[in-house]
Design a protein around this ligand. Structure first.
Ligand SMILES: C[S@@+](CC[C@H](N)C(=O)[O-])C[C@H]1O[C@@H](n2cnc3c(N)ncnc32)[C@H](O)[C@@H]1O
Length: 211
């Protein structure tokens, strides 16, 4: 892995995969694991990149607030929140290699974040003011786990921001668009055409109309 600036965010540097990294082997089944987890943490995803851009442009979003980066991957969003002035940042990531990458990336960017390597989505809302979820709607199963948790966070008075390039399981009817940016997506060639990705505020579910 090479420590490189994020293409759309020169302020943040992440350990980044390159052809010589050999991380393809991580897609082979590991001892004690039923299914290999792709190394999502090795890349900055479009959803996380736009959330990070939004936080850099509007630091008041996080200044003095306790922030949870849910599905943190590389830690791009949480690291950005810490650099922008969040009082406390927790990053939740279920991939054990991702947990290691999060720690290295935080140190590389000179910030302190607390890393939780367990699935907290079955639990109660954490003691934070803001949840940031970058690119977590890429898979139906993941989306179905995360949405009830985000709803419990909203019910507890926690703000929820989502960054997403329009993945298949994005709950569009529940989102209010705050900003759009053009950023490269994961896996795109360096000079490939890019499409806008959005930063959204998650809205509470409206009660059914009784009529
Ligand atoms: C597409 S990646 C996005 C990573 C990062 N937020 C970004 O935008 O670059 C989604 C990440 O969510 C993690 N994830 C999936 N389900 C999770 C859960 N229940 N709790 C925490 N992390 C989860 C995956 O392991 C993966 O690293």
């Amino acid at each position: 892995m090479r420590l490189m600036p994020v293409p759309s965010l020169a302020e943040i540097r992440l350990y980044t995969a390159h052809p010589g990294s050999g991380i393809r082997r991580l897609t082979d089944p590991q001892e004690g694991e039923n299914e290999p987890q792709p190394p999502y943490w090795a890349y900055a995803w479009a959803g996380g990149a736009v959330l990070a851009r939004y936080i850099i442009d509007r630091p008041q979003t996080v200044v003095g607030r306790r922030v949870l980066d849910l599905g943190a991957g590389s830690g791009l969003v949480g690291i950005t929140a810490a650099k922008a002035g969040a009082s406390d940042v927790v990053a939740a990531e279920i991939d054990r290699n991702g947990v290691a990458a999060l720690g290295l990336n935080a140190v590389a960017n000179g910030v302190t974040i607390t890393v939780i390597g367990e699935d907290i989505t079955n639990g109660p809302p954490p003691a934070v003011d803001l949840v940031v979820a970058g690119d977590v709607f890429y898979d139906q199963h993941v989306a179905e786990r995360i949405m009830p948790f985000l709803d419990r966070c909203l019910a507890a008075g926690i703000d929820v921001l989502v960054g997403d390039p329009g993945r298949a399981w994005l709950p569009r009817s529940r989102l209010r668009l705050l900003a759009e940016y053009i950023v490269p997506d994961f896996g795109e060639a360096r000079h490939a055409a890019t499409k806008p990705s959005g930063v959204f505020s998650l809205q509470p579910e409206r009660p059914e109309c009784p009529l």
